[in-house]
Ligand binder design. Structure first.
Ligand SMILES: [Zn+2]
Ligand SMILES: [Zn+2]
Length: 262
C-alpha cells in the first residue's frame, strides 16, 4: 500500500480516538502504519492535536449550543488567534461538537504548516499605479512568468461622472502549472479590490483554498468558486502573502506588493 493522503490519515486518527468499529480500510491503514514510520508519526501528531483541541475546548467556557458550521475564514481566524469574544466562544462551542469542522480546522492548520515549510523564499510581484495606469513594476526571474511583457490594461484609467476616477488593470501570471488571471481595481489611492481566477491544466482550480496573509496574520481564508474565482476586497497598499492550494495538488505561494497610487 502506498502512503495514503493526509485526509485519510486524519479520518483514521478520528476513528482511532473514538475506537470505532474497524472498517476494512481502517485495518489496511493500521497495517500500513506498522511498516511506515512517516505515516505512523503523522497519525500520532494528529491524535495529539485532536486531543489537545478537545481538551482546550473542554476547559473553555463554551456554551452548549453548537450553532452553524464554521467557514474557512472563521477557522483561519481561530487558528491565528485573532477571533475574539463571543465569536470565539461560539466557534469553540461548535468545534467541541462538530467533527466535520474540527477536521477542517486540522486540515487547515496542516495546510498552513505545509505552505510555510514548502516555500522558503516567495516569488514576489510588485504592483503600483504609475501616472494613472497600473503597471507591473517587477517580477522575479523564476516562479513567475508574465504571459505578456506588460500587464494588459482592460479598462483603466476610467473616469466616471458620478464617482472618483477608477483605475482597473488585468494581467496573467504563470505559477508553475497554475495560471493566475488577476484584475486590480483601485477605488482610491489606498483601496484596492483584487479579483483572481486560477486555472490548472485540468481546468478551473475549483474550490482551491486561498489564504491571504499580511505581516504573518491571516486576513482571509476562503475557497475559490467552482469556476476558480475569488475577489479580495478593500486591500490596503502593503505586501501580502497569498497561498493557493488546489484540490489534490501542491500548494503555490507568492508575495504581492500593492503600492498606493499617486
Ligand atoms: Zn506511509
Ligand atoms: Zn460544523
Amino acid at each position: 500500500m502506498e502512503c495514503p493522503q493526509n485526509e485519510r490519515l486524519v479520518e483514521f486518527s478520528f476513528q482511532a480516538i473514538h475506537a470505532e468499529a474497524a472498517t476494512r480500510e481502517f485495518r489496511a491503514l493500521a497495517a500500513h502504519l506498522e511498516v511506515c514510520p512517516t505515516c505512523e508519526e503523522q497519525v500520532s501528531d494528529y491524535v495529539k492535536l485532536i486531543r489537545r483541541v478537545r481538551r482546550v475546548l473542554a476547559d473553555s467556557k463554551a456554551t452548549p449550543e453548537a450553532g452553524p458550521c464554521l467557514d474557512d475564514n472563521t477557522l483561519a481566524e481561530y487558528l491565528d488567534g485573532v477571533l475574539g469574544g463571543t465569536r470565539r466562544d461560539e466557534a469553540e462551542a461548535h468545534l467541541a461538537q462538530c467533527r466535520t469542522c474540527l477536521r477542517q480546522l486540522i486540515e487547515l492548520s496542516d495546510l498552513m504548516e505545509e505552505v510555510k515549510t514548502a516555500h522558503g523564499t516567495l516569488p514576489t510581484i510588485v504592483l503600483g499605479l504609475v501616472r494613472g495606469g497600473l503597471k507591473l513594476l517587477s517580477w522575479p526571474e523564476t516562479g513567475f512568468a508574465p504571459l505578456a511583457l506588460e500587464p494588459v490594461r482592460v479598462l483603466g484609467p476610467v473616469a466616471d461622472d458620478t464617482k472618483d476616477t477608477q483605475n482597473v488593470c488585468a494581467w496573467t501570471q504563470n505559477l508553475g502549472e497554475l495560471r493566475l488571471a488577476a484584475t486590480a481595481i483601485y477605488s482610491s489611492p489606498q483601496r484596492i479590490d483584487l479579483a483572481l481566477t486560477a486555472t490548472t491544466p485540468a481546468g478551473p482550480a475549483a474550490e482551491a483554498r486561498l489564504t491571504l496573509r499580511c505581516a504573518d496574520t491571516i486576513l482571509q481564508a476562503e475557497r475559490l468558486s467552482s469556476s476558480g474565482q475569488i475577489v479580495l476586497h478593500n486591500l490596503e497598499p502593503a505586501t501580502y502573502e497569498i497561498e493557493l492550494v488546489p484540490r489534490n495538488d501542491a500548494p503555490h505561494a507568492f508575495q504581492l506588493t500593492l503600492r498606493p497610487s499617486n
